[in-house]
Unconditional design. Structure first.
Length: 297
């Protein structure tokens, strides 16, 4: 029987207005031989707090969730919970010890995939979607004030979109000593052809679900990410824009989905939080510090 693997790409861009990119993205592939135990992990995080604090919060979330997940054992929902709580503590402690970062926090949306199963972990308003047979479904629920009011029937979706408090987030990593992440206790069954999308509100806030579904359905992941960034920029991109697109494909040879290939130019590698060096490379056209990651076959 053929195994499944991921063919995907991720992009993050500062957008058209903000001078600093406070988003971070990551893909964690399992070591050889560890697929059955842990699987792959896709992450997006949208930091908040102003100046460099948001970037610190999102980088800490990505770094800590990835490390804690890779070191954890047990059922995947338990591993995700442990990783999210570790990240919350790390961000909260950093803010306590660095007054200039007080009040910082970050969204974090994670998708863990093992063989033909997927689990979601989520805090904030970054999103996860799946496209199956041409139909896109939102897997995460926005943890925002307006989204809660819509769920309670107190606002329509249109009223929520136009609300002056549409950016009020009910929960973020690091904003409080304790959090309650939304974590699936049961997995989604994954089939070849499924397309998973993770993105921050810099994309889904300005590009419609229909437009997102159209691009990921007609383009390979790398080109779909580029096209979605372009659509967000055409819509004004008032916020940082991050997106990952991952297509589930048959892997007849059982190769590891962790093979990584980073394209030349505009590539940003995550640095340690205490590393002050400039790790952003601009291409010959100086294209706005886009960070690129490419994975799969």
């Amino acid at each position: 029987m053929n195994r499944l693997r991921l063919d995907g790409a991720m992009r993050t861009h500062p957008g058209a207005v903000r001078p600093l990119n406070e988003d971070n993205v990551s893909y964690l592939a399992p070591p050889n031989g560890d697929q059955a135990a842990r699987g792959s992990l896709i992450l997006v995080a949208d930091g908040m707090g102003g100046h460099a604090a948001g970037e610190v919060a999102s980088a800490l979330a990505i770094e800590t969730v990835s490390r804690a997940y890779s070191e954890a054992t047990g059922p995947i929902p338990q591993m995700l919970a442990s990783a999210f709580h570790a990240a919350n503590r790390a961000i909260h402690t950093w803010a306590d010890n660095n007054p200039e970062c007080k009040g910082m926090g970050t969204t974090c949306t994670a998708l863990a995939l093992r063989d033909d199963q997927a689990w979601l972990a989520h805090v904030g308003d970054s999103r996860a979607y799946v496209v199956r047979d041409g139909v896109m479904t939102q897997l995460s629920e926005d943890q925002t004030l307006v989204a809660q009011l819509v769920r309670e029937g107190k606002l329509t979706a249109e009223e929520a979109h136009n609300s002056p408090v549409s950016n009020v987030i009910l929960q973020a990593l690091g904003s409080n000593p304790e959090i309650t992440p939304a974590i699936w206790s049961e997995p989604l069954h994954v089939v070849a052809g499924d397309i998973f999308i993770l993105c921050t509100d810099g994309l889904h806030g300005v590009v419609t679900d229909a437009a997102i579904a159209k691009q990921v359905g007609r383009l390979p992941p790398d080109e779909a990410c580029e096209s979605l960034i372009d659509l967000a920029m055409a819509a004004g991109a008032p916020d940082n824009v991050s997106v990952g697109v991952f297509r589930v494909v048959h892997d007849a040879h059982g190769s590891n989905s962790g093979k990584s290939e980073e394209p030349a130019g505009t590539t940003r590698r995550m640095k340690r939080l205490d590393d002050k060096s400039d790790d952003v490379e601009s291409d010959s056209q100086g294209s706005a510090q886009t960070r690129k990651l490419r994975f799969g076959g």
